[in-house]
Write a protein that binds this ligand. Structure first.
Ligand code: HEM
Length: 452
């Protein structure tokens, strides 16, 4: 009997150690490097009294992205910010390239402006709505593009009502009516996406309610299978933004580069009227606007510019592809940051053709003094970014497209250098800047590299 117990114990030990070995080997497969875990405790003992210091020490040994097993939980540590949307961006640009290659093989014309626009839009719609727009589809993306193009026209046109508020109710130029129509179309597009997401969800399941994602009425109405009125759309948009499980995550904004710093506020901004209002012009800027107003036109206008940019894209892409082959991925987005000349082209284009030449209007909240002048409360303030880009005191031969000027100057468009503020500056700086900047560089360098 004693012997039987001994055999049973041995068998259990052997089976469980084999299982644990298999389990942990499998779970560590293709994980980033990290310290070898002890049985059961994993690397818990490595953390010590000051985990932040111990982790930094371990990262210095194992690399910037490190996997640790703490108890039974595998944990990933990154001392730097992670760009979780890199794969999504790459996928979109890869699709753009395949599409353009297909058109080139057929000898068909390529509408770069529309394709760049749809690619940028696609990234946004995947990020916000998990919906992919077809590059061929003139329907959905074409309609969206029309709506977005109408915004700057309706918003940017000088409006008599702004100058004579007493007649605002009459809307003499019908601009307000026009904007209402545009918003209606845009809401219809969003409503369609919301409806689609709701249809796809199994009946009776509604996302977890969090303080900012979804109001209880909406959840209750949906659970009851009732239709949802326009008033609930705001909540739904936030809910859609939050992804299927109510978490801002895989397709939500909470993981994108620099955006989480602004958190739910940004999410609300993006999804509520602001997105519908401001990002409209902005989206046009990030894709079609840039292609239309700038990047590709000046590139074709000077052989030096063209060749240098191409050579740089070529060199960088060579490395990127080698890297991609090793990692099994595609173009490595981070490398874009090192394309100095391409960056200079992008900056020069923003200087000459800022997509929002007057930014968004401001209003003085209090009476204030600037350069000895009094600015009364309520004064409308317009910043002419286009004129700043044309200022002869700041730029030599400002009317010329000369990217080289940015090779000599340490000027960026992120709102710190007031000579170049195509995305605005300060508290109301464009929150889409990181996304737009990455997409513009990635699309431009990829197209230059792949096509003549
Ligand atoms: C090349 C691309 C883009 C350009 C040039 C651009 C430019 C701008 C500018 C000039 C403003 C006004 C800033 C100010 O008045 O100080 C703005 C605001 C805004 N942009 Fe962009 N944008 C771009 C892309 C995007 C994208 C891709 C998104 C969305 C993901 C976006 C979302 C917004 C929002 C929500 C605001 C309003 C911010 C606020 O009022 O606080 N933009 N953008």
């Amino acid at each position: 009997m004693e012997l039987f117990h001994l055999y049973t114990l041995c068998a259990i030990l052997i089976v469980s150690s084999l299982y644990l070995r298999f389990f942990f080997a499998g779970s560590r497969r293709n994980l980033p490097a990290g310290p070898r875990p002890l049985p059961l405790a994993g690397s818990l003992l490595d953390l010590g009294a000051h985990p932040h210091r111990s982790l930094a020490r371990l990262a210095a040994r194992h690399g910037p992205l490190m996997a640790l097993r703490l108890g039974s939980v595998t944990t990933l540590f990154a001392p730097q910010r992670l760009d979780a949307h890199q794969a999504l961006r790459r996928g979109k640009v890869q699709r753009l390239v395949s599409h353009v290659a297909g058109l080139a093989r057929q000898g068909a014309a390529v509408d770069v402006r529309r394709l760049a626009f749809t690619t940028a839009l696609n990234l946004l719609s995947c990020t916000i709505l998990s919906a992919d727009l077809d590059l061929d589809d003139r329907g959905a993306s074409g309609e969206f593009m029309e709506v977005i193009e109408e915004f700057p026209v309706a918003v940017g046109a000088p409006n008599l009502s702004d100058f004579f508020p007493a007649i605002a109710a009459l809307d003499p130029q019908r601009l307000r009516a026009r904007l209402v129509r545009v918003f209606k179309k845009l809401h219809a597009i969003f409503d369609e996406q919301i409806e689609r997401r709701m249809q796809e969800r199994p009946p009776g399941i509604h996302p977890r309610t969090t303080s900012w994602t979804c109001c209880s009425t909406t959840a209750a109405r949906r659970t009851a299978g009732a239709s949802i009125g326009k008033r609930c759309c705001h909540c739904l948009r936030l809910e859609v933004l939050a992804g299927d499980d109510g978490e801002v995550g895989d397709d939500g904004l909470g993981v994108e580069g620099e955006l989480p710093e602004r958190g739910p506020v940004l999410a609300e901004q993006l999804v509520d009227q602001r997105l519908l209002g401001d990002a409209g012009g902005a989206i046009g800027g990030s894709g079609g606007g840039c292609a239309r107003r700038g990047f590709l036109v000046p590139l074709g206008s000077g052989p030096t510019v063209d060749l240098r940019a191409e050579a740089e894209a070529e060199a960088s892409m060579g490395t990127m592809e080698a890297e991609a082959r090793m990692t099994g991925g595609w173009a490595v987005g981070g490398r874009q940051a090192r394309l100095k000349y391409l960056q200079a082209i992008v900056k020069e284009t923003f200087r000459l053709h800022p997509p929002a030449p007057l930014l968004l209007p401001r209003q003085a909240e209090t009476t204030t003094e600037i350069r000895g002048y009094t600015v009364p409360k309520g004064t409308r303030v317009l910043v002419n970014v286009w004129a700043i880009g044309q200022d002869r005191e700041l730029w030599a031969e400002p009317e010329k497209f000369v990217p080289e000027r940015f090779l000599e100057k340490e000027i960026d468009f992120r709102g710190r250098d007031f000579e170049l503020v195509p995305f605005g500056s300060g508290r109301r700086i464009c929150p889409g800047l990181p996304l737009a900047a990455r997409m513009v560089h990635l699309m431009l360098s990829t197209l230059l590299h792949r096509f003549q």
